[in-house]
Design a protein around this ligand. Structure first.
Ligand SMILES: [Zn+2]
Length: 292
């Protein structure tokens, strides 16, 4: 009985991330889910590259999962698509191991300061130097055949980036696109509803330049998207943005914006939009009011 009990105990060593799962996106390219945000990993002889690192409490389980992938090895490069904890939770572990951490410069600046979200009081502590991005850029760059660039529209934050893997035709975009429910509008660090539309349009143009209609687009959360999915999202968020803009111009408040149900025809598919609409309305204030 003792031996059986010990055998049963083993799985609980991984209980921090019980739903961790891996899917193959292409040659040496994998999507890992269940660690916070989506993580994309390229393995192979050129060295392991990761896009985003999940939540800090899952960093150990994620590292084990990455190490077990075919053709894996030490992680040489980590991209932070933006500063949020669901993306930057492996920074300390990998930074300490000597990994290059690439981010848009604004992401590094956010990780160097304490942040408090005004809408719910949630606090984020600045990162130790070793955990901060150690290679930043403003517009774009390359890493071998990998292309990356700034999504400058402030879709989700003011430091969003994309990473394109041409060999596998996969584009990772972080939370600039959302594959599951309504997106989180972080206007405190630069995101806004107009940027959601602009960021999705930028994703369309990156795909039309570097990819094609078969490009797989990996959002920060939820399942892999197609170009057709992105096009449908541009339409939907464009419609909502126009409606909110009209209400703002009539002097409506965020609560009145929520009550007007500006996303009503999308609710059946997308779920309750109230939080999204409120944050989106506030984001218009942050962007369009003269005092901003
Ligand atoms: Zn995010």
């Amino acid at each position: 009985m003792k031996a059986a009990a010990a055998g049963l105990a083993a799985p609980f060593a991984f209980s921090q991330a019980p739903n961790i799962a891996t899917a193959q996106l292409g040659d040496n390219l994998f999507l890992i889910t269940g660690v916070g945000g989506n993580v994309v990993v390229r393995t192979g002889a050129q060295g392991v590259v990761m896009v985003d690192g999940g939540l800090a409490q899952n960093a150990g389980a994620l590292a084990q999962t990455v190490a077990a992938l075919p053709n894996s090895g030490p992680v040489r490069t980590l991209f932070n698509t933006h500063w949020h904890p669901e993306q930057t939770g492996s920074n300390e572990k990998l930074g300490t191991a000597g990994c290059t951490i690439i981010a848009q410069e604004n992401t590094r600046l956010w990780l160097q300061q304490n942040i408090t979200w005004p809408w719910n009081g949630q606090k984020f502590t600045k990162f130790a130097k070793i955990a901060q991005p150690n290679k930043t850029f403003y517009d774009n760059g390359t890493l071998g055949d990998i292309k990356y660039g700034y999504i400058s529209d402030a879709a989700h934050t003011d430091g969003d980036l994309y990473v394109y893997f041409p060999q596998q035709n996969v584009l990772a975009v972080g939370d600039a696109a959302c594959g599951e429910g309504w997106p989180m509008v972080d206007w405190w660090t630069g995101g806004w509803i107009g940027g959601i539309v602009g960021g999705l349009q930028r994703i369309q143009s990156v795909v039309s330049k570097d990819g094609n209609k078969d490009t797989k687009i990996v959002p920060g959360r939820g399942p892999v998207l197609s170009l057709a999915d992105i096009t449908a999202q541009v339409e939907m968020y464009g419609t909502i943005y126009d409606r909110l803009n009209q209400m703002l111009n009539k002097g409506r408040s965020p609560s009145e914006g929520v009550e007007a149900k500006p996303a009503k025809e999308f609710e059946a598919k997308m779920g309750n939009p109230d939080e999204f609409i409120r944050r989106s309305f506030e984001s218009l204030w942050a962007y369009l009011s003269p005092d901003a």
